[in-house]
Design a protein around this ligand. Structure first.
Ligand code: TRP
Length: 328
């Protein structure tokens, strides 16, 4: 069975866009692959050197992924910092990673612009740590967003370079699996396009019914079509796209027909959309609340996941040490 590895940065709560992108593809992949999903808490130190409460944000993201249906019986779920072997592989990869190529990475340059007072070595070597995450389990496929392509190229380059330097055929080149191309793009409610945390237009899986309603009712619309069967402007299409993923097909068909007949009342449509989003989120929200209160279970999931991940990681490290020439 092929192996899949993906890392999740613990940056706040999941929204519908995350659900219909990364999360849904993880849920699917856990059925068909040997999956390792981990929370990248070491990576977060590159941008947040004093994490206010790193344990809490790790717990939040773990509860949310589990609530969505990531199943610890099917996938290995762990916290990056629990698997210290990753740090050792990162060290070896860094010895063969060059300043010039690391400096050319776009996301590094972006972060330098964003945090000029904290251009740390971790930021520079972010791609080596990510490569270590991936290569430590010999991943075949890595589900990531399009924005991670350059990091993936670095991971492949580091794998090849290791093989060349030590004259082995040890690491294989991991392939990217771009879930964003396969998934429906979930729009934000402000008509600006994509739903995102930084865009401030997101509906979170933990939002309660009143919050969802308030956000949906505030969505931008226009004065409605005047010509039958006219094309939908973006702001209107956004509402329909959301309805496509959360509502019953007959509901969608009804509002489509209303639109095409120029009889649509956006207020009614939004009320329906809010109700359907709530119906979709409610069971997930309840599981998030339950899980967050069940510390013992969450600890158990993290502990068992770390054990499984360490087994796989330790084997790689024994082999890598032997290849380089250290005591295995
Ligand atoms: N860099 C990824 C992101 O920002 C997170 C990540 C860290 C990751 N290590 C990884 C993703 C390994 C895939 C595989 O989203």
């Amino acid at each position: 069975m092929e192996t899949v590895v993906s890392g999740i940065r613990p940056t706040g709560n999941l929204h519908l866009g995350n659900y219909f992108g990364a999360v849904k593809s993880f849920i699917k992949m856990q059925e068909d692959y040997n999956c390792f999903f981990f929370i990248a808490d070491w990576h977060s130190l590159t941008t947040h050197p004093h994490p206010e409460n790193i344990r809490k944000s790790v717990k939040t993201i773990l509860a949310e992924y589990l609530a969505c249906g990531i199943d610890p019986e099917k996938a290995t779920i762990y916290v990056q910092s629990d698997v210290k072997e990753v740090a050792e592989l990162y060290l070896y990869l860094n010895m063969n990673a060059y300043l010039g190529e690391l400096e050319r990475v776009t996301s590094f340059k972006e972060k330098v612009r964003k945090q000029p007072d904290n251009v740390n070595a971790g930021l520079l070597t972010y791609p080596s740590l990510m490569a270590a995450d991936i290569l430590i389990h010999h991943a075949h496929k890595v589900p990531v967003g399009k924005d991670q392509e350059q990091n993936m190229e670095m991971a492949r380059k580091f794998a090849r370079r290791f093989n060349t330097i030590y004259n082995v055929e040890y690491f294989k080149e991991p392939e990217s699996f771009h879930f964003s191309e396969k998934a429906v793009k979930i729009p934000g409610l402000d008509g600006s396009g994509k739903m995102g945390k930084s865009e401030g237009n997101a509906i979170y899986l933990v939002d309660d019914e009143a919050t969802i309603r308030k956000k949906v009712m505030k969505a931008v619309t226009d004065s409605g079509p005047t010509v039958p069967n006219s094309e939908k402007p973006d702001v209107i299409q956004n509402l329909f796209t959301l309805m496509e993923v959360v509502s019953d097909p007959s509901t969608l068909a009804y509002f489509n027909e209303q639109y095409n007949n120029c009889a649509i009342r956006y207020g009614d449509m939004k009320k329906q959309l809010a109700a359907d989003i709530n119906q979709f989120c409610a069971p997930i929200r309840e599981r998030i609340v339950d899980l967050s209160q069940n510390n013992a279970y969450m600890e158990k999931v993290a502990r068992e996941g770390a054990e499984r991940a360490r087994e796989s990681a330790a084997k790689t490290l024994r082999e890598v040490r032997e290849i380089i020439g250290f005591r295995a």
